[in-house]
Ligand binder design. Structure first.
Ligand code: HAM
Length: 428
């Protein structure tokens, strides 16, 4: 029968690689807690309309990439392509009061049916944070600090924060109109995708990778020239705060517009040289209209999401090794038996030793296996010691402890096996 494989673009995360994931998640939880962010878990499936109306009908995510389908009950539902819209939905559904800043974080799988390549998969994972409530520039700066501190805490360096402001929806609209007007004059030089974007989502032309489009965009109108006084002041203050604290080195990049429609105000991306074409390891921005658009109380909102696969790819090799060595605990003791008659006794000893948190023990699970093959197994498992259970020793209440490296062997009393093993482990 043909073997069933995982779906294209959807990967298993196996040990020892999974230790890197656990490390990243634990570091993130610790920092989020310190910043007063609480975890939220939303369902993987939502009504498609949630994403159509927030990310936007004209976007690649909704048009081409969303796993949306009609379920057996005739509902149009989608696997979540991102975490922000579900959080806004949940916020409103549970009448959470945004008067005080509500700080939430999440981690988990997202789904986009993109063409898989390095750093791009169909099931990928994000660690994200959203701050909903007051909308002053200190909130923007705080979210960007948090994102930067998280990357540094995890051990990522050499990343670059790129920042832009799209302004409020009025500013964004004026900017989009000016950009459309400008590009319409030269539309024959735009790629086919961008020609379609002229009508549907003109801002996306700014981050097209095609050289002809990039050349056109270089002299096109810039978002900052369309900011109203309020938005310009807000953006200036955010930049001042970023420069003053930590400091966050950032580069203003007028072509950062983001591929989701809900953004207004500050938008940012974090890129890393190790990534190649898919170089954004994190991204985010303000989305002050989303709460109101979905029928909730009007509230400011800003957040970011880090792509975990890309984050792990950006870990420096020495950090990667350090995490794997630390987490891939070596087996301290492996129990082997000289005959199946003593297997139950050995099994009980190991089961009791497992109550001790500071040692890692295991036993061979095939009672009929020869001693030689059990010793090979102990070597394969890289055990530091073996406990060799034999008939004669057991009768005396003893077991042989063998140091697998030096091959030294000595008998230990069964009722002191933990203490003896601990002192032997200290010696090596
Ligand atoms: P996004 O830019 O679509 O933003 O995704 C954020 C990050 O997720 C990207 O920078 C990238 O690292 C990762 N990512 C996206 N698609 C893939 C993929 N196919 N394979 C691997 N990694 C991927 C959002 O999702 C917004 N919800 C971020 C946000 C939060 N804005 C405000 N709050």
């Amino acid at each position: 029968m043909e073997k069933i494989q995982s779906l294209k673009g959807m990967s298993d995360i196996l040990p020892p690689e999974v230790y890197l994931w656990q490390y990243v998640e634990e570091e993130a939880r610790e920092l989020f807690a310190r910043y007063g962010y609480k975890e939220i878990r939303t369902p993987l499936l939502e009504e498609s309309a949630l994403f159509n109306r927030s990310i936007g009908e004209g976007t690649d995510i909704v048009n081409k990439e969303m796993y949306s389908f009609i379920d057996k009950g005739g509902r149009n539902i989608a696997l979540r392509p991102e975490g922000t819209a579900p959080i806004v939905r949940s916020f409103i559904q549970h009448n959470i009061d945004p008067q005080d800043l509500v700080k939430l974080y999440y981690m988990g799988p997202m789904f986009r049916s993109e063409r898989p390549q390095k750093g791009r998969s169909r099931q990928f994972h994000q660690i994200g944070a959203e701050a909903i409530g007051p909308s002053g520039p200190h909130v923007d700066a705080g979210v960007i600090f948090l994102m930067k501190k998280l990357l540094l805490k995890i051990g990522i360096n050499g990343f670059e924060v790129k920042l832009n402001s799209l302004g409020c929806s009025g500013d964004k609209k004026k900017f989009a109109e000016a950009l459309r007007k400008h590009l319409l004059r030269e539309n024959s030089r735009l790629c086919d995708d961008c020609n379609a974007r002229l009508d549907k989502n003109v801002l996306r032309i700014l981050d097209c990778k095609a050289e002809s489009c990039r050349a056109l965009v270089r002299n096109s109108p810039k978002a900052k020239d369309f900011l109203c006084a309020g938005c310009a002041g807000h953006y200036a203050k955010v930049k001042e705060l970023l420069a003053k604290h930590t400091p966050v080195e950032y580069k203003e990049d007028e072509n950062i517009v983001r591929g989701l429609d809900y953004y207004t105000g500050a938008v940012f991306e974090v890129t890393h040289a190790a990534m190649g074409a898919q170089d954004a390891i994190a991204a985010g921005g303000r989305y002050d209209n989303l709460m109101g658009d979905f029928g909730g109380k009007r509230a400011g909102a800003i957040g970011f999401a880090i792509g975990v696969e890309r984050l792990i790819m950006a870990l420096p090799p020495e950090k990667r090794e350090e995490i794997l060595t630390e987490r891939n605990r070596q087996l301290d003791l492996f129990a082997v038996t000289t005959s199946s008659a003593v297997y139950d006794a050995a099994y009980t000893v190991i089961e009791n030793l497992r109550d001790k948190e500071d040692i890692l023990c295991d036993i061979n699970y095939d009672a009929g296996r020869s001693l030689k093959s059990q010793m090979n197994l102990a070597n394969k498992k890289n055990a530091r010691f073996t406990a060799i259970f034999g008939d004669e020793e057991l009768k005396k209440g003893e077991v042989a402890l063998r140091n697998m490296k030096t091959k030294e062997q000595k008998n230990a009393r069964l009722d002191r096996i933990y203490e003896d093993l601990k002192s032997e482990l200290k010696r090596v």
